[in-house]
Write a protein that binds this ligand. Sequence first.
Ligand SMILES: *[C@@H]1O[C@H](CO)[C@@H](O)[C@H](O)[C@H]1NC(C)=O
Ligand SMILES: *[C@@H]1O[C@H](CO)[C@@H](O)[C@H](O)[C@H]1NC(C)=O
Ligand SMILES: *[C@@H]1O[C@H](CO)[C@@H](O)[C@H](O)[C@H]1NC(C)=O
Ligand SMILES: *[C@@H]1O[C@H](CO)[C@@H](O)[C@H](O)[C@H]1NC(C)=O
Ligand SMILES: *[C@@H]1O[C@H](CO)[C@@H](O)[C@H](O)[C@H]1NC(C)=O
Ligand SMILES: [Fe+2]
Length: 472
Amino acid sequence: MGEQGSSSSSCFAGFVVVLSLVLNASVLCNGGKTSNFVRKVEKTIDMPLDSDVFRVPPGYNAPQQVHITQGDRVGKGVIVSWVTQDEAGSNTVIYWSENTKQKKQAEGKVYTYKFYNYTSGYIHHCTIRNLEFNTKYYYVVGIGHTERTFWFTTPPEVGPDVPYTFGLIGDLGQSFDSNSTLTHYEMNPRKGQTLLFVGDLSYADNYPNHDNVRWDTWGRFVERSVAYQPWIWTVGNHEIDFAPEIGETKPFKPYTQRYHVPYRASESTAPFWYSIKRASAYIIVLSSYSAYGKYTPQYEWLKEEFPKVNRSETPWLIVLMHSPWYNSYNYHYMEGETMRVMYEPWFVKYKVDVVFAGHVHAYERSERVSNIAYNVINGLCSPVKDQSAPVYITIGDGGNLEGLATNMTEPQPPYSAYREASFGHAIFDIKNRTHAYYSWHRNQDGYAVDADSMWFFNRYWHPMDDSTTADA
Ligand SMILES: *[C@@H]1O[C@H](CO)[C@@H](O)[C@H](O)[C@H]1NC(C)=O
Ligand SMILES: *[C@@H]1O[C@H](CO)[C@@H](O)[C@H](O)[C@H]1NC(C)=O
Ligand SMILES: *[C@@H]1O[C@H](CO)[C@@H](O)[C@H](O)[C@H]1NC(C)=O
Ligand SMILES: *[C@@H]1O[C@H](CO)[C@@H](O)[C@H](O)[C@H]1NC(C)=O
Ligand SMILES: *[C@@H]1O[C@H](CO)[C@@H](O)[C@H](O)[C@H]1NC(C)=O
Ligand SMILES: [Fe+2]
């Protein structure tokens, strides 16, 4: 749980940060950087129900909470989802490409669910398939009642030198800060083409009885982005919605009803872990909250998954999960540790380029390190620099109502390259098979400002040291 920001605790945190910088500089020469950025007191409360961003679109049975995600293995499919409130209405999506203007249609399905005393609207999911690559499409939902038109652009065909730009947001929620994060993402001149979302969407579970009305408001809030570009979903702890005290014992119920993902296309047996190819990236999504021990479905799937990655086809290997493995904040400390012990040897063996996680409401970027030598008796249990290892990035700073994680472990561990407790988002901008430019953007800055950045060198095609700290 985060703490609510208050002026006294922020000042104190700022003092600790400055002090640690001095310590780092004078005592420890090999640590990374703890930012001394001084922020204003954050307004970490949820936007009220009558906020502009939650407005229901006008018209009888108008589709709301429209969102899209990749709908197949390679990006020629799109899952279109929306909610109608008055009646089920049509499950049809009408779509056409900017080039041909020839109208086609696809049929979806409609779902409803109950959660305690909440009954959902009519949740529609419709997969459009066999689209052309690299093409702008328009689509219409709400056929027969109130029609609404949106558009998206399909990715280029999967291939090794296809430039592509991914945005990164985690732990977004629906506070005033969440709105600022989303605005900064939309206004960033680097223009993310697809968003990788690392879990914790609505934070509805922070309300009495997990008031699922806050799932609906969140859906309306983010529509302005996710109706026009795919968001790739990862589950976080706030998607579990396990509440036996009110008779809700099926984990992930609201999330799985509302957010569909193309897990079957990657031979996964559950929507919580899956993979996609998109442009020059292979993206593996893992679940920190599903069993991952040996012999479990997720373990068996991941074991088969890594050998399938062909770096001549998709040079960039990206993993998304919610709970970070390398985290030097005093929040959720070591929660990712058991999964790290299970899977880290594979991440090193298969040379994952970067791992994005959320959960901790702050920002942190690691060095390339691994910690896989320990065998219970040899005592080799410290992270070591490892050029085959991924960079670990915590981007749980979307700005939800729980506030910032400001309390850091001191001194900053050597594996931590940069850390700062500010809200923001990041962009992973793939240039070609060897280079990607990564930048983190804090909400207090202008839209074009990089608060932290790094040139990634691909681990397969250009495995040179890309560390940013002086002694590396
Ligand atoms: C659900 O129950 C809570 C109290 O238990 C009440 O405040 C709320 O109005 C109810 N909501 C609906 C939709 O009935
Ligand atoms: C959210 O941000 C948008 C875009 O900046 C703005 O138009 C809107 O008024 C904001 N809403 C709230 C409740 O802050
Ligand atoms: C890997 O991808 C390349 C480029 O698409 C292709 O030529 C090669 O046959 C693939 N290798 C395997 C083992 O599938
Ligand atoms: C920071 O976290 C540590 C470890 O949990 C705790 O002992 C300490 O009191 C915390 N400091 C502040 C300022 O909250
Ligand atoms: C790949 O992109 C980087 C950065 O833009 C550039 O310096 C490099 O020359 C490119 N490589 C090729 C083969 O084009
Ligand atoms: Fe979380």
